[in-house]
Design a protein around this ligand. Structure first.
Ligand SMILES: [Zn+2]
Length: 542
């Protein structure tokens, strides 16, 4: 998610170089973060609708992987830390620098050699989202019938906006999470994973219920989400590649009939995605769609859905092609993220293209799967009008910086080029399945993904990746007729750019920066037609 930021902040996307110390503390794996690994988060949270505050506790189970010293936790300064305990009883002192908490563990004896638990009690008024999911924060709103509806969206802002954690994408909680929310019994709490239990805090006194959901698989911090509202449920079982998958749909009570109609697409979509990407990555946690008061977000095993039960992106096709109106954009896009983003996660958000380029391409895959290859191609080509070339797709490393929004449409067009170069859809499908098998539930770098694709395809795609991910230039193929011969070459490209291109007649050409001669007879310059599936620029020199 995050796409279409530019709808309301069109001038924001300048190349940012003025990073702060806080950006580095958040974005870098400094020595206060590398000696330990998050095993599990157990979050208990009580949001208060009237005051828009939260009160919480996070029990963080940690594995020691190096010499213990200072330990950095991240928590937005808007929230105060009430106390920190090591294990259940040893109260710890700590220092605070804006969004950073530092706890000195260097001289502390651990009862167990490798594992320890920190319990952080915290409270306050978390940042509220103004325009979720793009800016991020908590949402305290009301449904159409005036009843409280609360949730959070924090992909870019970070989960430390509402709970203390190691807020870096490289460290997922390996054994999942436990999410307990205390809320009035008139409301229903849904979160990631499986429902465990719901009970009154004190059956005689209180109308407050504690509801617990359990995530069994590793999960990114920003995917952890509670939803609190007047939800009702319907469900089905999908018979998939890894067995029976529980599909649960949670929507506001008055939207039930619309949702039942709209979500009929889900089994068909899961079938396409499993065929192309491999098994759904979180069978143990089930598949869920949860209605949200904002457009959408890929929350693992509990996708936020706010597309108003209609096809397209809020009823419009993002692509020039009308195929974008034939299916529900949020359903398809956010579900695609279960494979790319949630199962395969970038370590540094500078490499976020791994999430968004492939997920954007999952839209093309779905279109292709239902309507055929030509339809998929039309959908993909029709997205190019959204490419901005404002800055490179890969952002700055170590400072919590995402690259250009071109990670969506330009990134997926790059994937589409790779598909053309592989030139065998069965092989390309195996490449996508291989990526998901190899990097299943792992955090990765751009290099990991690039190297895998290069090795699998046996194509040297180094220059292709450099060109499309690391520059804003679109390669330009210039061509001309001289002495009755057609000549062509690459310009506006990285040094040594060597992308081969298929022509509409099925023949391949191998342009370089030097002029090459077409070794096919061609009568008119107009007959030189590169295949439109390659996202390049063309210039005819007369
Ligand atoms: Zn996305």
């Amino acid at each position: 998610m995050r796409f279409f930021l530019f709808l309301f902040t069109p001038f924001l996307l300048n190349s940012q170089t003025d990073f702060t110390n806080q950006d580095s503390l958040r974005g870098t794996l400094n020595s206060n973060r590398t000696w330990w690994d998050v095993v599990k988060y157990e979050i208990t949270l009580q949001p208060d609708f009237a005051t828009k505050t939260i009160q919480g506790k996070n029990e963080i189970l940690i594995k020691k992987t190096g010499i213990k010293s200072l330990l950095q936790l991240d928590l937005h300064k808007a929230l105060s830390v009430d106390s920190i305990y090591l294990g259940s009883s040893k109260r710890m002192s700590f220092t605070r620098d804006n969004n950073i908490i530092l706890i000195d563990l260097s001289k502390v004896e651990f009862t167990e050699e490798d594992f320890f638990k920190l319990i952080v009690y915290y409270s306050g008024k978390p940042k509220e989202a103004v325009k979720a999911p793009w800016d991020g924060g908590w949402i305290f709103t009301k449904d159409e019938k005036g009843r409280p509806w609360m949730t959070v969206a924090c992909q870019e802002l970070g989960a430390s906006s509402w709970f203390p954690c190691k807020d870096h994408q490289s460290d997922e909680s390996d054994y999942g999470a436990v999410i307990t929310v205390i809320a009035p019994d008139s409301l229903v709490v849904v979160a990631n994973g499986e429902f465990r239990e719901s009970s009154y805090l004190d059956v005689n006194v209180s109308k407050l219920k504690a509801t617990t959901w359990v995530v069994n698989n590793p999960i990114n911090n920003y995917n952890i989400v509670p939803y609190i509202g007047k939800y009702v449920n319907f469900n089905e079982v999908y018979n998939g590649e890894k067995g029976f998958l529980k599909c649960n749909y949670w929507v506001l009570d008055y939207e039930l009939e619309k949702a039942k109609m709209q979500f009929k697409e889900v089994p068909k979509m899961l079938k396409c995605f499993e065929y192309w990407f491999g098994p759904y990555p979180f069978y143990e946690d089930g598949y869920k769609i949860v209605q949200a008061p904002y457009l959408g977000m890929e929350h693992q095993s509990a996708i936020a859905y706010g597309n108003k039960f209609q096809n397209g992106y809020l009823g419009k096709s993002l692509s020039d092609s009308d195929y974008g109106l034939k299916w529900d954009f949020i359903l398809v896009h956010e579900s695609g993220h279960e494979w790319f983003g949630n199962s395969i996660t970038s370590k540094d958000i500078a490499d976020m293209w791994i999430h968004e380029s492939f997920t954007n391409y999952s839209e093309t895959i779905f279109t292709d799967c239902i309507y055929g290859v030509q339809a998929g191609n039309e959908y993909e080509i029709g997205l190019r009008h959204l490419i901005k070339n404002d800055k490179p797709i890969i952002g700055n490393y170590g400072v919590n910086d995402q690259g250009s929004g071109d990670m969506y449409y330009k990134g997926s067009n790059m994937v589409h080029i790779i598909r053309q170069l592989v030139n065998d859809d069965e092989r390309f499908r195996q490449l996508l399945r291989g990526l998901n098998r190899t990097f299943y539930h792992r955090t990765v770098t751009s290099q990991d993904i690039e190297q895998y694709i290069i090795k699998f395809s046996n194509l040297d795609l180094t220059k292709l990746f450099d060109q499309y991910l690391r520059t804003t230039q679109i390669p330009l193929l210039e061509y001309k007729i001289e002495n009755n011969q057609l000549l062509y070459h690459w310009v506006d490209c990285v040094q040594g750019f060597d992308l081969k291109i298929r022509l509409e007649n099925g023949n391949w050409i191998f342009p370089s920066e030097n002029w090459n001669i077409l070794d096919q007879s061609i009568n008119k310059i107009e007959d030189f037609k590169p295949d439109a599936n390659f996202f390049i620029k063309l210039r005819k020199i007369l």
